[in-house]
Design a protein around this ligand. Structure first.
Ligand code: HEM
Length: 430
């Protein structure tokens, strides 16, 4: 999964870069070497692949969209990069999303140190059908069970106030900080049933999940190989996680928590840690990316009937399609696969890392006509959307891995869009 920031995903490179001949040649050589290494897995090739991962993860961080697009321009929909196989073909990505998944500690472009992330983090747990235990489906269902009460809560007046404040602050400053704050307050309160206690805790969440310092960021601090270099300087990260867990343990959701089959028999501490990672990485970072898309990727001159709930929903879904808020779904193959990679038919061994790129699949012309154009009236937006790790739009919990936070994130995004486009909204609510 790639919970990259909005700037990373979109604004710094929203158009396809047509590479110059030399760049195209370098891309081709780098990718073909990686493909060869992937096709011949052993201790030595894995070691060399590691260098490509480190080098390219840095290149990707400078401008992810341009990184991905320039490679698909040269190499086709699926290609070797970042030490793995990037899948951009819509149908293959849909197949990954719908199938049983074997997982490792991969998050977006990154490889993470297992020990530095919650042990029951669902994104790193394999499905039973792909060699995992029942823990994934237990945790998945447990989180789905929390999602409906969280959505019910989000209809309360405090939540209108979060949106109202967020819209007002964003209109005033045009800064992402306003959107991050609104999202963190909204998601935390909805999930845990209590508001964030104070500004210090809000700042703590921002530092851990939106910040990018290896000594204090939750994901960057776990990123291989850099986390090893910074390991001794991560007291800030450790104490922030500890503090957030304490806050979470004191919320109504966790009071009276008893380990049981329904929660995978996790201790209260493990359960709080799992929810901290889910809400921070999946919830807050993913949702704030979506909100930023709603604020910036919907052209101002596109007219949306704000009194039509379905049209508003479609507008939000199209904003997610045009810039995937969560980009990659990483899996390990459980069988030998034959497919086109680097424009050639290749047979890939088992345990190859595939990054199903939702971002590239959303631009697959064979599914979304004129993909670069924002058009919330495109006929297949509801049935073809992949953004919430499910093929098509289904509010009910379907499939084994559909994002459980989807309805909460959609409600916030829809309310935010209405607020943003209603000139009297802020004044009326004052
Ligand atoms: C309240 C907000 C959210 C919460 C609590 C949440 C929670 C989760 C959880 C627990 C999973 C793991 C599902 C599993 O594998 O069993 C997940 C997966 C996913 N979510 Fe969300 N999510 C939220 C918002 C979003 C948003 C806004 C997006 C993007 C539009 C998104 C896209 C995804 C995707 C693509 C996955 C699959 C990632 C992967 O398997 O690597 N989520 N989410």
């Amino acid at each position: 999964m790639d919970y990259t920031t909005f700037e990373e995903e979109g604004t710094r490179g929203s158009t396809r870069n047509m590479c110059c001949g030399l760049c195209a040649c370098i891309i081709r050589v780098m990718s073909n070497i990686q493909l060869w290494l992937i096709l011949h897995p052993n201790f030595i090739t894995r070691f060399f692949l590691w260098f490509f991962y480190v080098f390219e993860v840095l290149a990707y961080s400078i401008n992810p969209k341009s990184f991905l697009n320039s490679r698909s321009d040269v190499l086709g929909k699926n290609y070797a990069a970042l030490g793995k196989i990037i899948i951009g073909d819509y149908r293959l990505v849909a197949g990954i999303i719908e199938g049983a998944q074997k997982r490792g500690a991969f998050l977006g472009r990154a490889r993470l140190a297992h020990k530095k992330i919650a042990s029951a983090f669902p994104l790193f747990l394999s499905d039973e059908g792909a060699g995992g235990t029942s823990l994934h489906s237990t945790i998945h269902q447990n989180i789905w069970a929390l999602a409906q009460p969280a959505l019910d809560r989000a209809h309360g007046p405090e939540f209108d106030k979060y949106v109202e404040d967020g819209v007002r602050e964003y209109k005033r400053t045009q800064k992402n900080g306003a959107l991050n704050d609104m999202t963190a307050k909204y998601v935390f309160h909805a999930v845990f049933g209590a508001p964030l206690p104070n500004k210090k805790e809000l700042k703590n969440i921002q530092t851990l999940f939106i910040g990018n310092f290896p000594w204090s960021s939750y994901t960057f601090g776990a990123l291989k190989p850099f986390s090893a270099l910074f390991h001794c300087f991560q007291c800030s990260r450790t104490s922030r996680i500890k503090r957030l867990k304490e806050v979470v343990l004191a919320t109504p959701l966790l009071l009276g928590y008893v380990p049981s089959e329904a929660n995978g028999n996790l201790s209260a501490d493990e359960y709080a840690e799992m929810l901290v990672s889910v809400c921070g990485i999946a919830g807050i970072l993913g949702t704030s990316n979506l909100i930023k898309n709603v604020a910036k990727a919907i052209p101002e001159n596109v007219s949306i009937d704000l009194s039509d709930q379905r049209e508003v929903m479609r507008a939000v879904l199209e904003a997610a399609r045009i810039r995937a808020p969560v980009n990659n779904v990483n899996v390990l193959t459980t069988t030998v696969k034959t497919m086109r990679v680097n424009n050639k038919l290749k047979t890939l061994p088992m345990n190859t890392v595939f990054a199903g790129s939702i971002g590239l699949a959303c631009f697959d012309e064979s599914v979304f006509a004129n993909p670069k154009k924002y058009d919330h009236k495109r006929e297949n937006i509801e049935k073809a959307v992949l953004n919430f790790n499910h093929v098509g739009f289904s509010p009910e919990g379907a499939g084994t891995r559909q994002c459980p936070g989807r309805n909460i994130a959609m409600k916030l995004a829809a309310d935010f869009l209405i607020g943003l486009r209603t000139p009297a909204f802020v004044e009326n609510n004052n």
